[in-house]
Write a protein that binds this ligand. Structure first.
Ligand SMILES: [Zn+2]
Length: 308
């Protein structure tokens, strides 16, 4: 685990799960006063190394005020409980729909094992948080970190319990999984079931209206040109959904849908190449899960909303 990038008050920490590189980030936001926040503490595995890393950077872990999770999936929020127990002066900020699962993570853990299999074990089991330490945040609420203003924006779509965080000084937006993944210099979808396309598109518009300049992608790192990247992800989602819609109408389902998509869309092969180059073999079934998420969305809701 190491810092690979710094921009103003933001440190990008590479979590290097299973030796992967530039795939999964945690962010340390440090105000000049020394007060700090951690956005997306990441999985339980190795999460305490974040505190040691802060000391290496000359940041006092006792001034960690906030642990903020964009959403409760294990690669983003799984380590919040363990981190808090070792920094009990901090509070954990989360979307109101995610809050109960941080206090009682048993169901989240079972569901994660069912969906992610071995990858869930790699991330590690979440530690329950004391109720009083979890702060559910409303849409538009803000938090002061030593003079920096962090604004919470509810951005459902990837998950109903997703929020993004705008650091107003510098216009950096932390998008979690709501604006896709920026890996190997390209955008990739992250749309596993129960992904909701109409909510995801509305969230992208909502984030664009905040005039962000830089996107902090949990997968992975800082990219300037935020409005263009949000538009690009919108186009990517719509294009992929339309292609999957056609294949569903042709009768493709499940495995055969994924295989057929490979023939008409280079995205799957390119994503797999990318994951291999990042030494992230453990993520290889993620692309299939994203295709399945979009297919199940279309089967339930159709795509008429794109034409209105
Ligand atoms: Zn993620």
């Amino acid at each position: 685990m190491r810092v690979v990038e710094k921009h103003g008050p933001v440190y990008v920490v590479d979590r290097s799960i299973e030796g992967s590189e530039r795939l999964l980030a945690s962010f340390i936001v440090a105000a000049p006063s020394g007060e700090t926040a951690i956005i997306d503490p990441g999985p339980s595995k190795d999460v305490l190394k974040l505190l040691a890393l802060m000391e290496d950077l000359g940041l006092d872990p006792r001034r960690l005020k906030a642990i903020i999770v964009t959403h409760i999936h294990l690669d983003h929020g799984g380590g919040a409980g363990l981190l808090h127990l070792n920094a009990p002066w901090s509070k954990v900020y989360v979307h109101p729909r995610g809050a109960p699962h941080l206090v009682s993570p048993a169901r989240l853990w079972e569901a994660s094992k069912a969906t992610l299999g071995r990858t869930a074990e790699l991330y590690g089991e979440p530690t329950p948080l004391p109720q009083g330490m979890v702060v559910p945040v409303e849409d538009g609420a803000s938090l002061d970190i030593g003079g920096l203003t962090l604004r919470f924006i509810h951005t459902p779509g990837h998950a109903s319990h997703h929020m993004s965080i705008l650091v107003e000084q510098g216009h950096v937006i932390f998008t979690g999984d709501s604006a896709g993944m920026h890996l190997c210099g390209k955008l990739y979808p992250t749309t596993p079931f129960p992904f909701k396309l109409h909510e995801a598109l509305a969230s992208l518009e909502k984030m664009k209206r905040l005039n962000p300049k830089v996107i902090a992608y949990t997968h992975f790192g800082l990219r300037s040109g935020a409005p263009g990247l949000l538009d690009q992800y919108r186009e990517l989602l719509i294009g992929l959904a339309r292609r999957i819609h056609v294949l569903l109408k042709e009768g493709y389902r499940g495995r055969s849908l994924v295989e057929r998509l490979r023939d008409v869309d280079p995205y799957l092969d390119s994503y797999e190449e990318c994951l291999k180059s990042l030494r992230a073999a453990y993520m290889l079934d993620h692309a299939d899960l994203s295709v399945e998420g979009i297919a199940r969305y279309i089967e339930k809701f159709g795509l008429e909303m794109l034409d209105s």
